[in-house]
Every structure is written in structure tokens, then in C-alpha cells.
Design a protein around this ligand. Structure first.
Ligand SMILES: [Zn+2]
Length: 248
């Protein structure tokens, strides 16, 4: 179980004002929304942290995460983070490095260029943390243990070779938590697993909240509160029960 001192974890994907990517909302946010996020975090007194910081659970910390590693993050989000001395964790589905978001494209969503090997190295070199988003960007909860293990190991190996650093965490694509996640993550050498909604929480199944254009400063502050996290304990259980009823 995770204690209340665990930092809130924010999930982001794209930061762009390109109208061609509007169809990716709420997973694409405007530059103004991103600026608002960082402004509010500073105003409220949060410091950004990442999993490799030994003190990441001490003090008023927040973890910003980016799934999929689109190249567009270099245009605004990354310079903005650097300007403010902030850190974030970037989750790469390694089979798609230098490719595109095929898992969105197959559902008619816009194509986005993803970071390549040099981008991942650069992220690590400028002090950002890199994590795994599985190898094939698949729903790990629907795969058998052998396939899950292969996805976890392969992406970890590739990212460690590029960065020269230990890869500590994995963000489950689509928030789909594998069965026996603790055993499989430990076996593959991970220390943390990130979901989105989850009926329970542990270090291998950490809840995240989605920040989107509709979250003004008041809503954002509420999502950062302990009260919101307590509410998610109930809300996520109800969502889970509902999904069981619908046989999902
Ligand atoms: Zn993803």
C-alpha cells in the first residue's frame, strides 16, 4: 500500500497548439494549459520530482509524467520545464521509437512523430527521467505472463542501453495493469508501475490523474489535494465494479 505522503502523479501526453492534433484531446493540451499547470504548481509550492530522486517522497512534491514521448514536447513543454528547473518522467513504447502513434492512428486519430533514440538520450542527458511504456504499446492486462515479461524486459533493456541509467518505472499503456503485476515487475527489475484508474494502489500500481484543457486553476488545485486522492479510492473502485458488470 502507498501512504498519503506519496506525491500526486500527473499524466500528460501532447503539448501543442497545432489544430491538426485537436482530435487527440483531452490527451493533447494547449501551451497555455501547460503554462497554467506549471504556474499553479509553483504558486502552491510544489517541487517536481522523479523516481530516481532518493528524497522523492519527502516534502511537497509532485511527479509529472508524459506518455508516448511525442517529438512535439521539444517545441514548448521541455524548454518550459528546463527554464523553471523542473523535472518530469517520459514513458517510451520502445518498438515505436522514431515512429508514430499507430495505436491512435488505427482508430482514425492524427499521426504524431515520436522521439527517436537520440531524443531519448538527450532527455536523459538534460536530467529528465526515462521510463518504459512497454515495448509494443499494448494492453498488458490482456496478455499472458510470458508476453508481459517480454514487453517489460525488452523495453527496459533498450532504454538502459541508450541512457546508461537504470530504468525504474513503467507506465502501463491505456492504464491496463497486468495480472500479477508485482511479481512480473520485480522479476523484470522495475520498482514502480503506473496505472490511471485502479481499484487498489501499490507501488506497482500507482494512480495518476489526467490534466486537460478543461482544468482551470481551481480544478487543478482540487485534483492535487489529498481529498481528491481519497475520492479516487472510492471512485476507482466503483469504476472497476462497473467494468466487471459490463464484462470488460
Ligand atoms: Zn500510451
Amino acid at each position: 500500500m502507498l501512504t498519503g505522503s506519496f506525491p500526486p502523479v500527473i499524466m500528460l501526453h501532447h503539448v501543442t497548439d497545432d489544430p491538426a492534433l485537436d482530435a487527440l484531446k483531452p490527451y493533447s493540451i494547449s501551451r497555455a494549459s501547460f503554462t497554467r499547470l506549471l504556474d499553479v504548481l509553483e504558486q502552491v509550492g510544489y517541487t517536481t520530482t522523479v523516481f530516481c530522486d532518493v528524497d522523492f517522497r519527502k516534502g511537497k512534491k509532485v511527479i509529472i509524467t508524459f506518455d508516448d514521448c511525442p517529438k512535439n514536447l521539444w517545441d514548448f513543454a521541455l524548454p518550459e520545464l528546463q527554464k523553471r528547473g523542473m523535472k518530469a518522467v517520459f514513458y517510451m513504447p520502445t518498438a515505436y521509437m522514431g515512429g508514430h502513434n499507430d495505436w491512435d492512428i488505427q482508430f482514425g486519430k492524427p499521426s504524431v512523430e515520436l522521439m527517436d533514440e537520440a531524443d531519448i538520450k538527450r532527455l536523459s542527458d538534460i536530467g529528465m527521467e526515462v521510463g518504459s511504456h512497454s515495448h509494443h504499446h499494448v494492453r498488458l492486462g490482456e496478455l499472458g505472463a510470458v508476453e508481459v515479461a517480454a514487453n517489460l524486459r525488452q523495453s527496459k533493456q533498450i532504454l538502459e542501453k541508450i541512457t546508461g541509467k537504470k530504468i525504474l518505472s513503467v507506465a502501463y499503456p491505456f492504464g491496463s495493469v497486468p495480472k500479477e503485476e508485482e511479481l512480473l515487475l520485480k522479476d523484470a527489475g522495475y520498482e514502480y508501475g503506473l496505472s490511471i484508474y485502479s481499484p487498489f494502489q501499490s507501488r506497482y500500481c500507482i494512480r495518476r490523474f489526467i490534466y486537460h484543457d478543461g482544468d482551470d486553476a481551481v480544478r487543478l488545485k482540487s485534483k492535487l489535494s489529498v481529498r481528491y486522492r481519497m475520492m479516487r479510492v472510492v471512485n476507482d473502485k466503483l469504476l472497476y465494479l462497473k467494468s466487471l458488470r459490463h464484462g470488460q
